[in-house]
Each structure stands twice: as C-alpha cells, then as structure tokens.
Design a protein around this ligand. Structure first.
Ligand SMILES: Cc1ncc(COP(=O)(O)O)c(C=O)c1O
Length: 502
C-alpha cells in the first residue's frame, strides 16, 4: 500500500498513461503512485461524450429496413473476442488449450447449490393458470414475492407493493423497455463512464435512445475522494454540455454496485445524485443487479430503496435480476420496481414480448420465498466463494505489481495495465487485449466500457479455481512477454482439490 500525492488542481489530468489513484478501502493494488502533471499547453480532458451508437454503420442487406439493418449491424459488430471464444471454449477434458473466459460477467461458482435447489420437487408445478396467458406484468403470486423479497433485502423503510413490480426476462429488457417508454427517439440518458457497455445497445435497439457519458477518471483530487468518483459537479457539467449540443437528456442511469468499477455509492451520494435528477426533472434508472453480490460486509452497501425518502419517487425506477446475484444469467428473470403507474403499465405492455413462462414464474417465486435457503445456505456460501476467488486474483495481480480497484462487490477487478502501453493509446490497449486472446485468455478492455483512459482492463474472477488459475497464468505469460505456449504450466492441471475457492 502507498500514500498518494494529492493534486492541487481539481481539473482532471490529461496524461494518457500514468495518473494517480488512492488506496480504496485497502483494496486497491499497489503501484499507482505515479506522478502525472499536466503541461500548460495540454488541453483539459473531455468531461462528457454524446454517444453515437451507429457511427460506422453500414448495411449489407437489401432485405432489411434501415432499422433492421442497424439491429443486424449491432449483432455483427459485437465484440470479436466473444465470437473467437465461442469457437474455441476451454474445456478441461475436450479442449484444454481452449480460451479461458475472464471477460463475461457471470458467477460460475455456485452451480452445485443452485442445481440442487432448483431440482427439488416444489419447483415444478403444472396447472392451467401457468400454461395460459398471464397478467403481462407477471403473475400476482410472483410480484407479491418480489415485493417481499426486495423489501427484505433492500431494507426498505416500509413494505414495497406488488402493484409497483413488473417482471421481465432480465435487466437488459428492463433497460430496453424503460428507454422506449420514457424517451422520444434521439433523446438521451446520462451515464457515468466507464459503464457496462451493452447498455448502449439495450437503450438503442428498440427505443433509439442514446447515452451521454459522464467521464470519470482515475485521478484522486483530495483526501476524501476516490478514483473514478462520480460527483454532482460532473453530472451538472455533462448535462449542460449535452444541452448545449441540443441533446435532450431525459434521465440518469446509476449502476450500484457499479460495473466495471465494483464501486459502491454511499447513501449520501445516492441522495445527492437523486436530488440532482429531481432539480432537472430527470428520471433515474437505478440498476442494482449486483446488490446481493457484495462479499465484503464492511463495504456497507445500501440499496436506493432503503432510503428514508426518495426525492422524486415518480421518476425513480429500480431494477434487479437473478442473473448475477443468483448466478443464473441463462434463466432470464428481471424486475422493475417503480411507483409510477404509467411507467409500470407501459413497461407491462411490452412484457407481451419480454415476459417469462408461467413455469419459470412459479420457480422464481419458490426460490425468492425460500429465505432459509437463501440466508443460511446460498448467500454465505456464495459470498465465501466470491471472496476466495477475489483474494486469489488480487494476490496474483499484486505479485505482478499491477494496481487495481475493487471494493468487495461484483465479479470483477478493474486492473490498471497502463504501464504496458508505452504510448498510452487505445490502439495499444486493443493490441494488448489481442495478445491476451492469442494466449487463450479473454478479458475486457476499458474502451468497451467507454473508459476515457487507455489501459484499464476488467478481469472477471467468479469462476472455478482451476479455470481461474489457468486464466491468470496466461495473463502472467502475456505481461511477462512470453510467447503463447501449447501447454499450460502443470500447477493448474494437477492441483487438487479443484474447487479450492469453495
Ligand atoms: C450492470 C448490469 N446491468 C444489467 C446487466 C444485464 O443483466 P441481465 O442478464 O439480467 O439482462 C448486466 C450484465 O452483465 C450488468 O452488468
């Protein structure tokens, strides 16, 4: 650990490479204390950016509408690394030299617990109501269960109500539906960047809504500040900037715990951001998809629904899903909580296309109501495994002298690889990412999250020990400049027990 020099100016530095950040609740890696002073002739950095999701679009189909062409183009231009990965996935027995995926934010640590619980006899019920057209908002029994679940785990000061709940197939659909019902075509949401990049697509594909990035940087400007910290000042500047460009901003997106930073907003910060939104009559979409994946209790995470008073309840919309917290990204269950009846009804209308089957709704209600299993089996074990996996990757990064940010929430570490980019450019960032892939390990680079500083990478650690170990060995090979090897070093191949993160 190290002390970091405080900057005199509050203006962010423009240094492309080194900057400084601080110890983040003792979870920040070593080595970030490099000086970065802005020369007088250097420009101030961009404070915001209006996204143009279809920049570079070209259609190669005469069969599609222009809208269909754009929708197809999003698919075609999806991250090449994921296509490469799917063609060459690592498999311990069938493809041991395949690609290890440290890029997708999924929790693969608790399949044993989940498969056992989901295989119990109470999970399968077949009755007429479950096979017929449902209430599109979701069956009442499920919405009531969701309301009880969120009241309990979000620690709401008063019970939450089933009529404010809408059930959809995942948070991606909640984003998509909210964007479509809240904005006109071409309007925008503010979003602190770096952010989970797929939101660009979620709000654009149906709604044709854009994002205005509020750029955060790694520099620490005072004793009570942290790297990539969001402030109301930054929100105000981005909003003004977008307005001056004629962009109508309709809302603000907050992800808490944040992806990819793993950062957590304090209740006071949340309150300030909500007050900012109220002043400007902005909707706030709060994505709490990682709320139960906080594995460091000392972090003191608080859901927005736990606040004593929401400044503008009619414009505050909260989303949660089982994809992350219950490690079930393939099951597709997400929920919106909003007191705004018009918004809930409009989203419910879209559930005709984004709903869940009756059988899955029954399963989810059974799962969410099983407080004993969640509290006594699943959550403690899941948190212990996340913590062990995190500790392992943290240790590997420390051994490599790589600084990183991580506060004990989510599935990823935000690693600072800027020292490996001599020019500090995004081209170098992409080349380094390519080298990882050539060494058969998939990670995510900062540009995919609209990070303004080249050289940051997201590493997902929520995987089994064996794969994690191999993945980190391959990361090490790249950073130590070794050429790709046909076989991995023996340590991970023989290590027993495999699941030492359990
Ligand atoms: C912050 C955040 N929100 C939403 C999603 C998408 O969630 P779902 O799989 O429930 O659609 C993700 C997936 O990575 C995410 O990281």
């Amino acid at each position: 650990m190290f002390a970091l020099p405080e900057k005199e100016s509050r203006a962010p530095s423009t240094c492309p490479g080194p900057a400084s950040t601080q110890d983040l609740d003792s979870n920040c890696g070593d080595g970030l204390e490099r000086e970065c002073s802005r020369k007088p002739d250097q420009k101030l950095p961009e404070l915001y950016g209006v996204g143009d999701p279809t920049a570079g679009f070209s259609s190669n189909s005469s069969h599609l509408s222009s809208r269909g062409g754009i929708i197809k183009w999003f698919w075609d231009s999806a991250e090449a690394g994921y296509r490469t990965y799917h063609m060459d996935e690592y498999d311990e027995d069938k493809n041991p030299s395949g690609i290890i995926n440290l890029g997708t934010s999924e929790n693969k640590l608790c399949f044993d617990l989940l498969s056992k619980r989901l295989s119990q006899s109470d999970m399968l019920r077949v009755e007429p109501a479950l096979l017929q057209y449902p209430d599109w908002r979701g069956h009442l029994f499920l919405r009531e269960e969701v309301a009880r679940f969120l009241s309990f785990y979000c620690k709401s000061p008063a019970p939450l109500h089933a009529e404010n709940v809408v059930v959809l197939n995942g948070c991606a659909s909640v984003f998509s539906a909210l964007a479509t019902v809240l904005c006109e075509v071409g309007e925008a949401f503010l979003i602190p960047a770096p952010y989970y990049g797929a939101i660009t697509q979620h709000v654009c594909l149906y709604g044709n809504v854009r994002l205005v990035s509020v750029y955060l940087d790694s520099e620490v400007t005072g004793p009570d500040t942290r790297p990539f910290q969001l402030t109301v000042e930054k929100l105000e500047m981005a909003l003004q900037g977008a307005n001056s460009q004629g962009i109508k901003v309709k809302g603000l997106i907050l992800i808490n715990p944040q992806n990819p930073l793993g950062d957590i907003y304090s209740p006071a910060e949340l309150q300030e951001f909500l007050e900012f939104a109220k002043r400007h009559e902005l909707h706030v979409m709060v994505d709490e998809v990682y709320m139960l994946s906080v594995f460091e209790e000392s972090v003191g995470y608080r859901s927005v629904l736990s606040l004593e008073r929401l400044p503008d309840p009619q414009r505050t919309h909260v989303m949660w899903a089982t994809s992350k917290d219950f490690g079930m990204s393939g099951l597709r269950f997400g929920t919106l909580y909003t007191e705004n009846r018009d918004v809930a009804t409009a989203v419910a209308s879209l559930c005709r296309y984004h709903g869940l089957s009756g059988l899955v709704q029954h399963q989810m209600a059974q799962l969410l109501r099983d407080r004993d299993w969640i509290n006594q089996v699943y959550l403690p074990e899941n948190h212990a495994r996340l913590k062990a996996a995190h500790t392992y990757v943290e240790g590997e990064l420390r051994a490599l002298g790589i600084p990183f940010l991580s506060r004990g929430a989510g599935f990823f570490i935000w690693a600072d690889l800027r020292k490996y980019l001599p020019e500090g450019s995004f081209e170098e960032e992409r080349r380094l990412w390519r080298r990882f892939l050539d060494h058969k390990v998939l990670v995510s680079f900062g540009k995919a999250f609209e990070c303004k500083e080249p050289g940051w990478f997201r590493l997902v650690f929520s995987d089994k020990a064996h794969r994690l170990c191999l993945g980190m060995q391959r990361v090490r090979q790249v950073l130590e400049g070794k050429s790709p090897v046909a076989e991995d070093p023996p340590a991970c191949q023989t290590q027993e027990p495999r699941d030492r993160h359990r």
